[in-house]
Design a protein around this ligand. Structure first.
Ligand SMILES: Cc1cc2nc3c(=O)[nH]c(=O)nc-3n(C[C@H](O)[C@H](O)[C@H](O)COP(=O)(O)OP(=O)(O)OC[C@H]3O[C@@H](n4cnc5c(N)ncnc54)[C@H](O)[C@@H]3O)c2cc1C
Length: 377
């Protein structure tokens, strides 16, 4: 793969950089989620209005009809400019694009891409996380409606969301993953209760969703009955990928900030700290190379598949190495930015759980990429 921009990509990058120079917020990103959410949303809406979001979505649903290279340039330049984070649920547009009817795409995609309507992902349940196929939320057909009953948990940003892409069991007699369907559930429907969960840092980032005789129209099924598993796997493959998420420039910035702390804190740095810095830098380089390989797959038209578990594992490894280093460096309670680093450290712990735990990613790689036998049971 040629890593240099083509003339067209170089023009795109230059236009974007000029836009960012004029339009980046001057006030800092709030640390408390209740304030950060409207700040991120406002910036993302501004980006969208200027044509910088949904680059690889078709024009007829509000996208720009461009490709993965432009998506990668966008996330790289946003990261380099230290722009506000993007709302983290954009990948939920993908299943609407692939499985939605024309009517569903027209109705839901433009406001989703414009961040005028917010979506969340209702997959996990109290007894169904890693073993998602055992989910128990039920959807029963009554006339031209579906009636939903059940309980979702760890639903990110549900308290801010208008719609939930929700998995429910429609055929209890089918083999576990074959009896699941996907639904578009407006969270304002009677019978839906969203109860926020408070994180260690005080943010209410995710929530439980209770569904008590929630009636939604028949037309709110996404795909056909029993497509739920396929849809869920497509969603997580997008969610686990690194290319569009802008992790690389963010991690590069963290690394250079930590290296600067080492330089200012001690005249002769501890060898163990230098080694940890070196290991984090090497892991970051491996991630960068892997991202380029993934990008090259996207450019050649291959959709994300089980190999996105590699991206997820590498990203988590880099983040957790950097955060462990930050904790050992920022022992000085008066160090500037310490609270922010502690927040990042705590969130870094979640990296090996959300989007499927690290152990589950390794199982996927073993079984689906390496062809190793499945463990019994
Ligand atoms: C920050 C965050 C955001 C999240 N956002 C969402 C969201 O928006 N929507 C949503 O639906 N869910 C969300 N989740 C939930 C997430 O998908 C689950 O937490 C995750 O899949 C693990 O499920 P669990 O918590 O039930 O743990 P469990 O499945 O109970 O796993 C517990 C431990 O056992 C291990 N384990 C389980 N099975 C195996 C196995 N077969 N082999 C080896 N080890 C195994 C796991 O790796 C883990 O270490 C979020 C989670 C976090 C932390």
């Amino acid at each position: 793969m040629d890593l240099r921009d083509s003339p067209k990509e170089a023009r795109f990058r230059a236009r974007l950089c000029a836009w960012l120079k004029e339009n980046l917020p001057t006030d800092p990103e709030p640390t408390v989620l209740a304030e950060r959410w409207p700040y991120m949303r406002e910036f993302q809406q501004r980006l969208y209005r200027s044509g910088w979001v949904a680059l690889s979505y078709p024009k007829e649903v509000g996208g720009q009809g461009l490709g993965p290279m432009e998506e990668a340039i966008l996330s790289e330049e946003l990261g380099k400019a230290n722009a506000p984070s993007l709302l983290p649920l954009g990948h939920l547009g993908r299943p609407l694009l692939s499985y939605g009817t024309d009517e569903q795409r027209r109705r839901y995609l433009p406001p989703l891409l414009a961040s005028d309507e917010i979506w969340c992902q209702g997959f996990s349940e109290p007894q169904a996380g890693s073993d998602l196929a055992s989910l128990r939320t039920r959807a029963v057909r009554e006339g031209d409606e579906w009636v939903l009953n059940g309980h979702k948990i760890w639903t990110s940003y549900a308290a801010f969301a208008d719609f939930c892409l929700l998995l429910a069991r429609t055929d209890p007699d089918a083999v576990r993953h074959r009896g699941i369907s996907a639904f578009i559930v407006p969270l304002s429907t009677p019978g839906v209760t969203v109860r926020p969960i408070v994180l260690a840092n005080g943010d209410e980032e995710f929530a439980e969703i209770f569904l008590d005789d929630v009636r939604i129209p028949e037309a709110n099924m996404l795909g056909r009955p029993a497509d739920g598993w396929r849809i869920a796997m497509d969603v997580v493959n997008y969610e686990r990928g690194a290319v569009e998420t802008g992790y690389l420039p963010k991690f590069e910035r963290y690394l250079s900030e930590l290296a600067a702390v080492v330089k200012t804190q001690t005249s002769t740095p501890d060898r163990a700290i230098l080694r940890a810095l070196g290991e984090a830098a090497a892991a970051l380089e491996v991630l960068r190379m892997h991202c380029l390989r993934t990008l090259s797959d996207r450019v050649s038209g291959a959709p994300p598949g089980p190999e996105s578990s590699i991206d997820k594992l590498l990203m988590t490894a880099v983040e957790q190495k950097l955060m462990a280093l930050s904790l050992s460096l920022l022992t000085d309670t008066t160090a500037p930015g310490r609270a922010e680093w502690f927040d990042r450290y705590l969130y870094g712990r979640a990296g090996s759980i959300y989007g499927g735990s690290a152990q589950i990613q390794r199982n996927i790689l073993a079984e689906r990429l390496l062809g190793l036998p499945r463990s019994p049971g």
